[in-house]
Ligand binder design. Structure first.
Ligand code: SAM
Length: 257
């Protein structure tokens, strides 16, 4: 069920995704720096979106294939990155590639959205060559940014106003267990952060509507949605300048040789 909602939502936002603020591109660059793949590495970007990881891997001379369940994302990534080896509309749970096709499968902010992350991890292992790496990012904490605690607190406060089965696309995930259970070894993780200058409150609100959090905002009853927006804008009005502090966790595991 989440898969259909995710496809519809990300297709809806594809034209503006990562265009309002370079939020995912920034994390994608840090993620690829952490992985540091050699030129020529065969990379699959799983749930590629607008290509935050694809772009960073291409810049390192990798051979990149990008797939996503949202056709609007795939169309745009193909147009934006002519050097990409292949782009396909594909569900992460059923990868239409032969065994051992890739040296690195990376997934930026995708795995926590999946209906069945364990099934997807098994598919990733199948398409990875022995010794290949599976790496993904999930939203994480940010240190020393108490002024941004209001944002996640608002999501928690407004959550009960959303009808069951709607709203957030993300689910709780035990990342370590996911990798270990799927048979990956040398499991490791790292926390990263970024601080993005935001020109004004309108830009921040447009950013909130340009990615997955839109599912939450759209699912609020109309009066609650207006209240949520007003509360966000009130907090932003106390910041000068507005610098959006956010964090992510990176995970990796190796497919046994
Ligand atoms: C938060 S976005 C991240 C996009 C990109 N990786 C990035 O870092 O900006 C999540 C992406 O995963 C895709 N996605 C969600 N569920 C998927 C699935 N089951 N199979 C393939 N892609 C999926 C969405 O369409 C969306 O483009």
């Amino acid at each position: 069920m989440t898969a259909e909602r995710a496809t519809a939502l990300f297709d809806q936002v594809a034209s503006v995704y990562d265009e309002v603020l370079p939020f995912f591109a920034g994390f994608g660059e840090q993620h690829m720096e952490w992985l540091a793949p050699a030129p020529g590495t065969r990379v699959l970007d799983l749930g590629a979106g607008r290509g935050a990881l694809t772009g960073a891997a291409l810049a390192r001379g990798c051979q990149v294939t990008a797939v996503d369940c949202a056709p609007g994302m795939v169309e745009r990534i193909a147009a934006q990155y002519p050097d990409v080896h292949g782009t396909r509309v594909m569900d992460a749970h059923r990868l239409d590639f032969p065994d051992s096709s890739f040296d690195l499968v990376c997934a930026g902010f995708v795995v926590h959205l999946l209906d069945d992350p364990a099934a997807a991890a098994q598919e990733v292992r199948r398409v990875l060559a022995p010794g290949g790496v599976f790496s993904f990012s999930v939203p994480g904490a940010v240190e020393d940014a108490p002024e941004w605690e209001f944002y996640s607190a608002l999501f928690r406060e407004f959550q009960p106003r959303i009808p069951a089965g709607e709203g957030r696309l993300s689910r709780p995930l035990d990342e370590q267990q996911l990798l270990v259970t799927a048979g990956f070894t040398d499991v490791g993780d790292a926390d990263i952060e970024q601080r993005l200058p935001v020109p004004d409150a309108d830009t921040f609100w447009n950013w909130a509507l340009s990615h997955g959090s839109r599912a939450f905002i759209d699912a609020l009853p109309a009066d609650s949605r207006s209240e949520f927006e007003a509360r966000v804008r009130a907090e932003l009005s106390t910041m000068d300048p507005i610098v959006f502090a956010s964090g992510a966790s990176l995970w990796r595991g190796t497919s046994p040789a």
